[in-house]
Design a protein around this ligand. Structure first.
Ligand SMILES: Nc1ncnc2c1ncn2[C@@H]1O[C@H](COP(=O)(O)OP(=O)(O)OP(=O)(O)O)[C@@H](O)[C@H]1O
Ligand SMILES: [Mg+2]
Length: 201
């Protein structure tokens, strides 16, 4: 059951997000994004909007990781994947967000406890308006198309696979070079906000 949005307003939002992402209406502007903070906010927001979703757990490790990315595009991608995970896992399910790093890449991993996506549907689920066998009452089939496009604009990709233990794994993959040091960021921000000498001058 949906608390704050009905199907039509969701469709309008998805269409607007799709068009804006595609047309470049969202100008890319890099900012330092703390993964723990942004995913925690999304998890709270999703919990407030829907009454029949799984709890979303954000691994505390993510609070120590910052990326230099366009926040609007990253939010569009992560939000659509998180919504899918939470809606498909149901109230008794659980969604886990964690990070996986490799030498040249970093991935935000979203594991859910839903039914997964039938293997034969995996090549098609990113197509616009495609809705699979496990569709929810609310959807319009645009979420994965938006996430895919937003990640491509960030120079990354969306990766999807069914987990051996059940449920879907969705990854937001980016090149490792977008990773920034959170402590350096806050130090730099402090220097900008309180430059040396600003108190006495
Ligand atoms: N986490 C998931 N678990 C199971 N099936 C999924 C999951 N994510 C996506 N799917 C399947 O992929 C299809 C396409 O997903 P997509 O997010 O693009 O559209 P939607 O959720 O149906 O609608 P929208 O996101 O536009 O509201 C869904 O209809 C569903 O069948
Ligand atoms: Mg969706």
């Amino acid at each position: 059951m949906v608390i704050g949005v009905d199907r039509t307003s969701r469709l309008v939002r998805q269409l607007t997000d799709m068009t804006n992402t595609e047309s470049g209406e969202i100008a890319t502007a890099q900012q330092n994004v703390n993964l723990g903070k942004i995913l925690g906010q999304m998890a709270d927001d999703i919990g407030q909007h829907y009454s029949d979703t799984a709890a979303i757990e954000v691994d505390p490790q993510l609070a120590g990781i910052c990326l230099s990315v366009d926040p609007s595009l990253f939010t569009l991608a992560a939000r659509n994947l998180l919504e899918n995970a939470a809606l498909h896992s149901g109230t008794d399910g659980v969604v886990r967000c964690l990070v996986r790093t490799e030498t040249d890449s970093i991935a935000v991993v979203i594991d859910d406890s839903g039914p997964g996506i039938p293997e034969e549907e995996l090549p098609k689920v990113r197509d616009r308006f495609y809705r699979g066998r496990n569709k929810t009452a609310m959807g319009s089939g645009l979420g994965l198309a938006i996430a895919d496009l937003a990640m491509k604009r960030l120079g990354g990709e969306v990766y999807l696979e069914n987990r051996r233990e059940g449920g879907l794994r969705a990854e937001l993959r980016l090149a490792d070079k977008v990773r920034t040091d959170c402590s350096e960021n806050s130090a730099a921000r402090q220097r900008r906000e309180h430059p040396v000498g600003s108190i006495s001058s």
